[in-house]
Write a protein that binds this ligand. Structure first.
Ligand code: ADP
Length: 383
């Protein structure tokens, strides 16, 4: 594959990974006159399709890719942290840096660091074999949540709620190739996500808090602002800003929180633009993707306030029959006011193929529009 040689000397941004997050980040960089280079795995990766001129594919070429870039940012958690560390040691300006990335990539490490710093996290333990799960269950009771220490592959499950020893044994046997950890089951009232965007010098802004609804362990519907009180929203924002400062995040840091009957519990940190922030494209003056680009290049951040009273995103997930929602694009586009985003990915069951967003004067209207558009893409009526 030939590599683009003549990118402007100014703002040579490299993105490692070429999925939909990279695709949307790339689009917002292009708006600013910046053409990022992409380190893709495959030529049909979502972002690689949209930017073939800027793609760099060679499994062993990460170092030379980085050498061509002024700043490198990473769009997913599946890359070897050792490789990133080596880049940083060789002088690559990695943003966010490995200090942040390490916390985001390794859930065991993340839990330990957060607990040691006094944040509320579920009780957890390393799992080397069934006895670790049984000991954990003796201390905390069933159900136990088993999860992969590293991010699951797209479309694959990374979390299992097991009700008893037999189920635990089954998951461990089926997933013996993965590093797993055990976690105390949380009675979740709501799941919320705070997106912070932060520049290297520490200037940071929060987006309106989003609320996510999961089905089968996958986020399906996201709404913003979350239906939570002012006091809780302030606490959640403060918590997210503290975390961004403590881990010296640069770019978007997504802080996933569980609202439980005991208060806010940190679920997970992601050091990149996040699915819960896709609606910022339509519902805020500056999207999470543009602000990520601005932050990693140390440019002034744009406003993050809500420009619409209510916004809803619904993920478009591949169905069991392998049907391509793009075939129903005309029907979906006929749902006026809904914004359709398709990622150009090969349809597979369970795969995130796109999302739809609707903004409106109230949440019911926004949800109704988004549901109609999502249903249209699947060739059915809204559920
Ligand atoms: P992923 O990296 O796959 O998103 P998460 O750790 O965010 O994994 O978990 C996915 C979903 O599983 C969460 O959004 C939540 O609904 C559920 N979940 C995860 N951990 C727990 C827990 N300790 N207690 C209850 N539900 C959980």
């Amino acid at each position: 594959m030939e590599v683009a040689e003549d990118l402007p000397a100014l703002y040579r941004l490299g993105i490692v990974g070429a999925g939909q997050i990279a695709r949307m980040t790339h689009q917002s960089a292009v708006k600013l006159g910046i053409t990022p280079r992409l380190f893709a795995e495959r030529i049909d990766d979502s972002a690689a399709q949209a930017a073939p001129e800027a793609v760099f594919i060679h499994p062993d070429a990460l170092a030379s890719f980085a050498a061509d870039c002024e700043v490198v940012t990473v769009e997913h958690e599946r890359i070897d942290i050792g490789l990133l560390q080596a880049l940083e040691e060789n002088g690559t300006l990695l943003r966010p840096g490995t200090k942040t990335i390490r916390v985001a990539f390794d859930k065991m490490h993340q839990r330990r660091v957060l607990r040691n710093r006094g944040y509320q996290v579920p009780a957890f333990a390393e799992v080397r074999g069934p006895d670790d799960v049984f000991d954990f269950a003796s201390a905390h009771g069933f159900p136990v949540v088993l999860k992969t220490v590293r991010a699951a592959q797209p479309g694959e499950l990374g979390v299992w709620v097991v009700e008893d020893r037999t189920e635990a044994m089954r998951v461990l046997a089926e997933r013996s190739h993965l590093d797993l950890m055990a976690e105390e089951y949380q009675s979740i009232v709501k799941e919320i996500v705070v997106l912070v965007v932060r520049r290297p010098g520490g200037h940071a802004r929060c987006y309106p808090i989003a609320e996510i609804t999961n089905r089968d362990g996958e986020a399906r519907e996201i709404r913003a602002p979350a239906a939570i009180g002012h006091r809780l929203a302030t606490e959640a924002r403060q918590l997210a800003l503290d975390l961004a400062n403590q881990f010296e995040a640069v770019g978007v840091l997504a802080v996933e929180l569980f609202l439980t009957t005991e208060g806010l519990v940190v679920n997970e940190l992601a050091a990149r633009p996040h699915n819960a922030g896709h609606l910022t494209i339509e519902s805020c003056p500056t999207s999470q993707f543009e602000n990520h680009v601005r932050a990693v290049l140390d440019l002034p951040l744009g406003p993050t306030w809500p420009s619409a009273p209510a916004a809803v995103t619904i993920n478009v997930i591949g169905t069991i029959d392998g049907y391509d929602p793009a075939q129903h694009l005309p029907e979906a586009l006929a749902v006026e006011g809904a914004q359709i985003h398709l990622y150009g990915k090969l349809p597979k069951p369970g795969r995130k193929l796109g999302h739809v967003t609707a903004v409106a004067d109230d949440m019911d209207q926004a949800r109704e529009l988004a549901r109609r558009a999502e249903a249209a893409l699947h060739g059915r009526r809204p559920l």
